[in-house]
Design a protein around this ligand. Structure first.
Ligand code: TNX
Length: 521
């Protein structure tokens, strides 16, 4: 019996003879504890049922999503039935009082008789199903019938996340991504237990959400993108659809309206928002920091009150992201004035505020729970002094960590990467994995950290396939840093687990980069 999947030396080198019943399964993110139980594997058959042991619509939906995944590939009916059907030859999902697992943990036991998944919440069951997916053969991801056997190795897993915020950011402003593309990304990130989708909805190059009180933002401000393409925007109904789809994957959408800079699309749409009353032209280049809203105009605050008000109503999650980055053409005193007026607007609409780390220069308050998203270039292993992180923590503001040289997935892997930027350096798969939130900054402890986030900026990325190429295989490593215990973490062990993801992505049609750093299965 092997305890603690992250303990060095546990990783089992894959070999042609590997017996799935005795080889430690390769799961990303690594579970907190996993024991393999030899001789206890379970094989799905056409009689296997999915038993829902709790009367909850959310649990029923998790069961339905498991059935939806496994029916096409196995060709089995896998009926979803109630607890009276019994747990034999079944995958059973039930809610249970397991307070030690928090709000997202789960327990998974596989034995010859069946699979037992228990969790305190439907979110925990969903995360447990993601683990179960990785215990099944990769071809379970196929949309057409495949040949079995569909064997799940005997294991007992107890698992829960290290950090509450495990985010992925998609910049839909520099290039627009359709709702179908956003949903596809949700499918992919939820496999790795990501629970926040941060949508960067506005920037100089495009405004991507319809605002009823300021309609030209979308119809004019959304009409182009980097390179001059047609751009686009989400109607409020479409945005709601994305939010609902994300919620079904236990992902909270955090919408970002960037300000006071990164606002050219808004300034171009409404001349009155400019200090000189003149609307600049739409912008399709890739410079940053040249735009600024007019900090002295009352209309500016009416504008953000209206925009954040509409967005807050459409957003069930508790956070609205206000940007705040790279305000190079806003004098610091204006920047502080602006943020000090913006934060109460966010609160007035019942939301908490998150912004890029520069917001720590303003009078931001830890309570309610304001967050600063740090995007500094940092060693990641040897703590460094970071004035903005220090300022945030001194104000009681927690950090979401996105060190650009480790967690920015729009950075090129190396000089040969066909897409991406490299202002923060090249970010190899190893580099994206070898850092930790608790060793980024001096004077910042784990208690100051809400979690991690992997942003993808889209100056060079025009469709979801290009986004996938940047996210995979790096995003699962960031997800693991957010979810798994730090003890025993090692690149050499991780890369063998990551290698097992390749065949899954191939079956799913995910356009991943076959990095030579990994010996892909
Ligand atoms: C910096 S990081 C930005 C974005 C760019 C990105 C490109 C940050 C908060 N702002 O405006 O898109 O670099 O990597």
């Amino acid at each position: 019996v092997l305890a603690g999947s992250l303990v060095a030396g546990l990783a089992v080198t894959p070999s042609a003879q590997a017996d799935p019943a005795t080889t430690a399964p390769r799961i990303v993110p690594a579970p907190v504890s996993m024991n393999t139980v030899p001789g206890q594997s379970f094989t799905l058959t056409r009689h296997t049922k999915i038993v829902v042991g709790s009367r909850s619509a959310d649990v029923a939906r998790v069961a339905a999503s498991l059935a939806g995944l496994a029916r096409p590939s196995t060709g089995y009916p896998l009926p979803v039935v109630g607890a009276s059907a019994g747990a034999h030859d079944a995958i059973s999902l039930r809610l249970a009082a397991l307070p030690q697992l928090g709000t997202e943990g789960y327990q998974l036991n596989v034995s010859r008789g069946g699979v037992q998944l228990a969790a305190p919440t439907a979110a925990g069951l969903f995360h447990g199903v993601q683990t179960l997916r990785q215990l099944l053969p990769a071809k379970v991801e196929s949309h057409s019938a495949q040949r079995g056997p569909w064997t799940v190795p005997g294991v007992t897993i107890s698992d829960h996340p290290r950090f509450a915020w495990r985010g992925a950011m998609l910049d839909v402003s520099r290039h627009f991504f359709t709702i179908e593309e956003a949903k596809r990304y949700i499918d992919e990130i939820s496999m790795y237990k990501i629970n926040v989708l941060h949508l960067h909805l506005s920037d100089d190059q495009g405004w991507r959400i319809a605002i009823k009180s300021w309609p030209r933002l979308a119809t004019y401000g959304g009409s182009t993108e980097v390179g001059g393409g047609p751009g686009g925007y989400y109607t409020q109904k479409q945005y709601t659809d994305i939010v609902r789809y994300a919620a079904q994957h236990f992902i909270t959408v955090v919408p970002e309206i960037d300000s006071p800079s990164h606002t050219n699309a808004a300034l171009a749409s409404y001349a009155d928002l400019n200090c000189d009353g003149k609307a600049p032209p739409l912008y399709t280049g890739t410079s940053v920091g040249f735009s600024s809203v007019c900090v002295d105009k009352d209309l500016t605050y009416k504008f953000f009150d209206d925009v954040i008000g509409e967005l807050a109503k459409l957003t069930p999650g508790s956070y609205v992201h206000v940007g705040g980055d790279e305000a190079h053409s806003t004098p610091l005193s204006d920047y502080v004035t602006f943020l000090d007026r913006l934060q109460p607007i966010v609160h007035a609409h019942g939301k908490n505020m998150i912004g890029w780390n520069e917001i720590a220069q303003a009078d931001v308050q830890g309570s309610p729970a304001t967050l600063a998203q740090n995007w500094s270039i940092l060693d990641g292993n040897t703590p460094a002094a970071d004035p903005l992180a220090t300022a945030a923590v001194q104000k009681g503001v927690q950090l979401v960590t996105s060190p650009a040289n480790h967690a920015y997935l729009d950075m090129q892997y190396d000089a040969n990467s066909p897409y991406g930027l490299h202002w923060a350096g090249y970010v190899s798969v190893q580099k994206s994995y070898q850092w930790d939130p608790a060793t980024l900054f001096t004077g910042v402890t784990e208690q100051n950290i809400r979690g991690v986030e992997a942003p993808i900026w889209s100056e060079t990325l025009t469709n979801i396939h290009e986004v996938e190429y940047m996210a995979f295989p790096r995003l699962p490593g960031i997800a693991e840093i957010g979810w798994s215990p730090r003890t025993g973490r090692s690149w050499d062990e991780y890369r063998t687990r990551l290698a097992a993801q390749g065949p899954r992505w191939t079956v799913m049609g995910v356009n991943f980069y076959r990095s030579p750093e990994i010996s892909w299965d």
